[in-house]
Design a protein around this ligand. Sequence first.
Ligand code: SF4
Length: 390
Amino acid sequence: MITLSDLQHIDWQTIDWQNELQNNINSLDKLKEYIDLTVDEEAILRKVVDYHPMNISRYYLSLIDPNDEKDPIRKQAIPSGDELIVAGSMGETTQDPYGDDKHNKGNGVLHKYPYSALIVATDYCSMYCRHCFRKAIVGLPNDKVVDNFAKAADYIRSHPEITNVVISGGDPFLISTPRLIKMLECLIDIDHVNFVRIGSRTPVVYPMRFFDRDLLDYLKQFNRRKALYVPTHFNHVNEITDIAREAVLKIKEAGITVNNQAVFLKGVNNSVTAIEALMNGLTKIGINPYYLYQCMPVSRVRHHFQVPLQAGIDIVDQAKERLDGYAKRFKFIMGHDIGKIEICGRIQDKLILKQIHARPEEPEKASRMMVMQLNDHAGWLDDMQQVKSI
Ligand code: SF4
């Protein structure tokens, strides 16, 4: 039987990415082969995986320190009984914190800001992150995924105000190379689309995907015709391994810019040293730290992952004091239903916010400043009273 320590000695660069998906740990029986669970734990986790299935790549599992119950990789990958708590101590929750449903144009197209369109290309990921804000669709039956990509491209073609397209999911890099190529080709001749983003956690949780020569050759060729960006999702410095670095280098060798969108998570990166190490680790391998998202009020996530804003802004500010200019470029962000809001800082018990993207129906809200009354437990915009709008 293969153990966790055996996994740590696999040369992942030689592994066929498609075959390896068959070895994913997607049941508690498989998990027990690697991690000890008590009878009580197992009974609780069986209930949890009914709500949000488990899928962990052997590569990502191999990063766990089996002697550390609080290991940050473990917390992101292995289900926890806390997921049975729908809301809990941090406040109310929703399955749709970012307003996806309101801006759903059908056929997997979300049009949330005039200039950006997002296509939900798949509901599959090589790892189902326990903190995922699309927990309601990832790995579950749903009608939110694109059915006909050419038709989704037609929607974009008929909206000249759209300057950029995000292909998201789920994780688009888990789509086979020929199918992904077909999708991208649908966008190439739309002149008003300046650039395309492929949002993916694959460089973090499944880096062997980027040893597929056909994929890289095509991405390079696409990028010469239309600018391509890969926003990725590293949350902890332990995820920045040699093979993750190799994967990122291969994407960058294709001329593609890689930006990181981390999520601020209790028990994963909610300390000054963790944020400092993560941002320095990213710039060291040539990734731009772009966003640090405040964990959204997602059902079965918020209670055990969200950090109160008062503590959070102090951690972020103190980390920024230690970071060089490139490592501190990231914005601390709330991805709110009303649009993106930057958490700029605090003056005593007042939190200073700036809305940086507004929904099409409320354009006047873009670029407004807000001053909110902080309290110890507020974790989201709606938990605070507004003192002033500028
Ligand atoms: S890879 Fe992204 S979409 Fe998939 S489970 Fe993780 S956070 Fe969610």
